[in-house]
Design a protein around this ligand. Structure first.
Ligand code: ADP
Ligand code: MG
Length: 234
């Protein structure tokens, strides 16, 4: 069965492409035939895919932000290879409503990255309210995971973010640390799960909570595995 996972937040720079490419790389490298649709006209995920080394498992990419070539329908452009099991959608900060509907329709899971900053919290809070309305209409079965990204645990900004999310009743499913591993992976067309295990052990641990959440059957009752005690973010 194909599962559609949408990575979305109207705040720029919060980690949508980073999460999308790392998720695609995780699934591809763990034996799930994977497709990655890039809805951002800046083509960051498409560029990442173009850098992908040939010896790594392939990912079917679609530059979905651009109209189909002449004589090709939109639905043909958006087809996925038979047997695809995971479809990841990377999205831009701003979307027209029709694009948003296309993106959300029949989604299995929605991932919302958020950075530890007051501005990001406010923007994300407004975004989540709007998203909720659209999800009721177009993806009523989808569940939302908040992912705190670029976290430095011993900072006030992190504590403020955690308090903000707890007050909203939306504790993060995981917290990803601020790490050059993501920058390196992004440049090399890989994900952290495809890099040397001894460099990325901590990051992989952080990812496991998100993967467990995504792969839970049935999806997704318990968020909030990201409390300060149970995880070391170096
Ligand atoms: N956890 C992280 N640690 C370090 N750098 C990160 C992390 N997440 C994202 N970045 C960097 O932050 C920048 C913005 O991330 P990106 O995924 O492109 O955001 P978005 O797609 O939401 O605009 C990129 O340069 C990316 O490499
Ligand atoms: Mg992006």
């Amino acid at each position: 069965m194909i599962r559609k996972i949408v990575v979305i937040n109207s705040k720029g720079g919060c980690g949508k492409t980073t999460l999308s490419t790392n998720l695609a790389s995780y699934y591809a490298s763990h034996g799930y035939p994977t497709a990655l649709f890039d809805y951002d006209p800046q083509d960051s995920a498409t560029r990442w895919l173009a850098q992908r080394p040939e010896d790594l498992t392939g990912i079917h990419g679609v530059a979905a932000a651009h109209p189909p070539e002449e004589n090709i329908t939109r639905s043909f452009q958006l087809r996925v290879p038979p047997g695809t099991q995971r479809l990841i959608l990377d999205t831009p900060a701003s979307l027209k409503r029709m694009e948003l509907i296309e993106i959300l329709r029949d989604a299995w899971a929605i991932i919302v990255p958020i950075l530890p900053s007051t501005i990001d919290s406010c923007v994300t809070s407004d975004f989540l309210k709007d998203l909720d309305k659209e999800l009721r209409l177009y993806a009523p079965d989808a569940s939302i995971a908040i992912v705190a990204n670029r976290v430095r645990r011993n900072t006030r900004a992190f504590q403020t973010l955690m308090k903000f999310l707890e007050d909203k009743g939306m504790p993060p499913v995981t917290c990803l640390r601020d790490s050059q591993n993501y920058v390196q992976a992004s440049a090399d067309g890989m994900g952290i799960h495809e890099m040397k295990a001894n460099f990325t052990r901590v990051d992989r641990e952080h990812w496991q909570s998100l993967i467990d959440w995504l792969e839970a059957e049935p999806l997704h009752s318990d968020a909030g595995t990201c409390d300060a005690e149970n995880r070391s973010i170096a």
